[in-house]
Write a protein that binds this ligand. Structure first.
Ligand code: FAD
Length: 465
């Protein structure tokens, strides 16, 4: 160890930093995790209020990789895990002010009123449309319009992108935001061909597509996962904001502001697991180009409104995951999750718990309104769209001023500059949701990859668990 306080300092205790620190600790690497907030979890936050379980960040995770089940097993919280209720398989999309179930089978697709006959026929052309040039970066909107037509863009992809990224398909990079779709076209020449010809390859891959993956949470919410990791880390400091990094010699010096006023750490490696803006500030003095690339990643604001209604006062059956709102419908919410349908035990049986999302790239100004105005928007939209009464029993608003990183056009170039900093400063690593996917499962996968790279640098056995 020499004069080092740790082998690696992980900065940021969201799921990315926690999962990476846990993997490293399992490999007997000496890890110190620094978290600026008084608790672990970052975006993940679950609380119990009014006998309900509220999520202010992610409501669920998709088990897209076996690493998630392994992690849950290692932490001893398998018994806490819960699966989404079968009713949550259905999803609704708003069209002409009506909620229409998203078709889940080819037959349902042919008969759904969600898309016109013209839009359905247009899909038969998809296999005959040539592939785009690999080198030319294309937006998600251009790709979908080119291959599937503008109605599928407006009434399937636009609401889906709002639901996942709070994003806008016109600004997202296909290659960065949906790498699987990009590869499907590049490899097989089209999406339908890829679906058919790629079946055998998918069967061999232990990872699951987001459509096929199981949806999970925990009895006490998503925070069970991040709390469990935080409890098991040998050295985690809260209220400890990293404010300065010095890269020099064969290691790094890190200055931390904490309750004691401050302290300096030295470590052989540092893994930055903070949002991009914070990472940019920390590396700007020695890696200005990568810092500029990080600072250029947009994070739109989102407001999350959890509201409870007497179940019998809502006209809609709430028989699904929730609904999404296409931009063309000109409403003031992105969509809502029927939280009390999604998982059992989220609310007493006589209450319906709903989680509504406002803002994103589509309407950033709405997410910045005062909580009272946000509440009024959520209530009036839920009233118009699902027949909820004018006022909820109670409401809780969470503001995320910088909610979700957008993998916009130019993102692959930004990631290349971040990779350049990693190779210019051996021991410096970046691992957070602006890289490798924003979903909780993606963050766990990226953390595993980052931990392997840190372990390799430190010369710790690559075969260890
Ligand atoms: C409203 C919302 C809903 C979502 N819903 C879903 C969903 O249903 N399913 C899903 O899979 N994903 C969802 N996501 C995405 C997912 O939750 C996030 O991408 C993921 O949790 C991000 O984890 P992270 O560790 O990369 O970053 P963060 O959670 O942002 O953690 C970063 C941490 O770094 C800390 N930090 C920052 N600066 C410093 C510093 N200088 N020193 C020390 N610490 C610092 C912060 O305090 C924070 O704890 C949602 C996101 C949002 C905002």
């Amino acid at each position: 160890m020499g004069d080092f306080d740790a082998d690696v300092i992980v900065v940021g205790g969201g799921i990315s930093g926690l999962a990476a620190a846990w993997r490293l600790q399992r490999r007997e690497v000496r890890v110190v995790l620094l978290e600026a907030a008084p608790r672990a979890g970052g975006t993940i936050g679950s609380t119990r209020e009014h006998a309900c379980l509220l999520e202010s960040g992610p409501n669920s995770a998709l088990e897209t990789t076996p690493l998630i089940g392994e992690l849950i097993g290692e932490l001893g919280i398998t018994g806490e895990r819960i699966a989404a209720q079968p009713a949550a398989r259905s999803r609704y999309i708003l069209r002409d002010n009506k909620l229409i179930a998203l078709p889940l089978s080819p037959l349902a697709f042919l008969t759904t009123p969600l898309f016109s006959a013209g839009a359905k026929l247009r899909l038969f052309r998809e296999p005959f449309i040539g592939r785009g040039a690999r080198a030319a970066e294309e937006s998600v909107a251009d790709f979908v319009r080119r291959r599937l037509g503008s109605e599928i863009l407006d009434y399937a992809i636009n609401p889906f992108v709002a639901g996942v990224y709070a994003g806008d398909p016109a600004t997202l990079s296909l290659q960065a935001a949906f790498p699987r779709l990009f590869e499907l076209e590049q490899k097989y020449g089209g999406l339908i061909r890829g679906q058919l010809l790629g079946a055998r390859e998918r069967a061999r891959n232990p990872d699951q597509s987001k459509q096929a993956a199981a949806m999970l949470s925990f009895r006490d919410g998503m925070q069970t996962l991040t709390d469990a990791i935080a409890r098991r880390l040998a050295h985690i400091e809260f209220n400890a904001e990293a404010v300065r990094i010095v890269a020099g010699g064969n290691g790094f010096g890190i200055t931390v502001n904490n309750a004691a006023g401050g302290r300096n750490y030295r470590a052989r490696a540092v893994l930055l697991a903070t949002p991009a803006q914070a990472a940019a500030g920390l590396i700007a003095p020695f890696a200005p180009q990568a810092a500029a690339a990080l600072a250029a990643i947009p994070y739109p604001p989102v407001a999350v409104v959890v509201s409870a209604y007497r179940r019998e006062t809502i006209a809609h059956a709430l028989d699904g995951f929730g609904f999404l709102v296409p931009q063309r419908e000109r409403r003031r919410i992105l969509g809502a999750i029927f939280s009390s349908t999604l998982f059992a035990g989220r609310a007493p049986p006589d209450l319906a718990l709903l989680t509504t999302f406002i803002g994103g790239m589509r309407q950033p100004e709405l997410a910045q309104l005062p909580a009272g105005e946000i509440t009024a928007i959520a209530q009036s939209e839920l009233s118009a769209l699902i027949g909820a009464p004018a006022r909820a029993e109670w409401v809780r608003v969470t503001h995320w001023p910088r909610a979700i990183p957008q993998y916009t056009l130019g993102h692959p170039g930004r990631i290349a500059r971040i990779e350049q900093a990693e190779s210019d400063f051996p021991g410096l690593f970046f691992c957070a949701n602006y890289r490798g996917g924003i979903a909780v499962g993606d963050c766990i996968k990226s953390a595993d990859r980052a931990a392997r790279r840190v372990a390799a640098l430190l010369g710790v056995g690559a075969s260890a668990a």
